[in-house]
Design a protein around this ligand. Sequence first.
Ligand code: NDP
Length: 331
Amino acid sequence: MGFEFKKMESTETKTETGFDLDADIEKVKCLIIGSGPAGYTAAIYASRANLSPVIYQGLEPGGQLTTTTEVDNFPGYPEGVTGPVMMEDLKAQAERFGADSRWGIVSSVDLSKRPFKVIVDGKKQLEAEALIISTGATAKYLGLESEEKMKGSGVSACATCDGFFYKGKDVAVIGGGDTATEEATYLAKMCNKVTLVVRRDELRASKVMQDRVFNTPNIEVKWNSQVDEFLGENGVEGVRLVNKEGEKEEIKLDGIFVAIGHHPNSDFVKGQIDMDEAGFITTSNGQKTNLPGVFAAGDVQDKVYRQGITAAGTGAMAAIDAEHYLASLED
Ligand code: NDP
């Protein structure tokens, strides 16, 4: 995707040759795109390093954690904290050191040369010396209406976040990849029974994870099965499965974990930066991408750990990398 100047609205200034785009370009040292734990932690570190970071919050200010209820595994909160409160805390901490946190969605970027050109909301233009991409990932869901209704009241996409609430209960995990098998074995340690719903007659997961599933007595695999409907009035009470012969079966459950993959929010830089075939941005040697001056942190570059704390850790690393990079330009 190239950098396209969109037609400017109220801020446009005309010259004889057309629009005087330069007149409206804001120059920033360190621009952070995305406001989950990675983005805000990057903002805390970058502001303390005098990089005067500007952070654009994006489509889902606060990121995926704002869609969960209790967060019990983020260090420093002995009594737990809700996702939205934790994100407000991180934002306040970043702003305390001068980070400029703004509403806005980055609509296009040009990474072909430095300073990097960025357009926000189709009209506001910025140029950044260093860029930290922390736009996160979006969990994929099946797309059923009943699923949408029960998100947060029995339907979850994160066993590490929500599994604790199902101690001693019966749950299902949907999917057959590494995430689904990891979630199933994780949940099996605390739940009474885990039903793993797999749409084919084999798992996509690595051999070691397959073995773990087959060697865990309280995991039952339902092969060739898909969810027909999530069942329950005020939250999950069960699920109706349909197999490839069209036979339906209802199972009583307390919770359902959908683990059919995540989509990294990297489409806006596709073709401009190295990423894997699923769209996760490639980082190495800290949080560096293949483009000097562009760093990535959090779930947009992590398909394995995907935790708030690991995202925060990579956010700190990205800011330190950006600081070193900017210092090297002055040498
Ligand atoms: P994957 O894409 O690997 O697997 C998705 C699974 O969900 C597949 O079994 C797929 O079925 C199934 N699925 C997809 N859509 C549907 C649907 N609509 N209905 C029912 N089932 C569906 O995603 P993961 O999140 O598991 O893994 C992503 C990547 O991250 C992989 O490369 C994985 O190896 C890696 N990973 C590594 C980990 C580790 O190393 N510890 C941990 C977690 C992930 P089908 O097979 O039929 O397509």
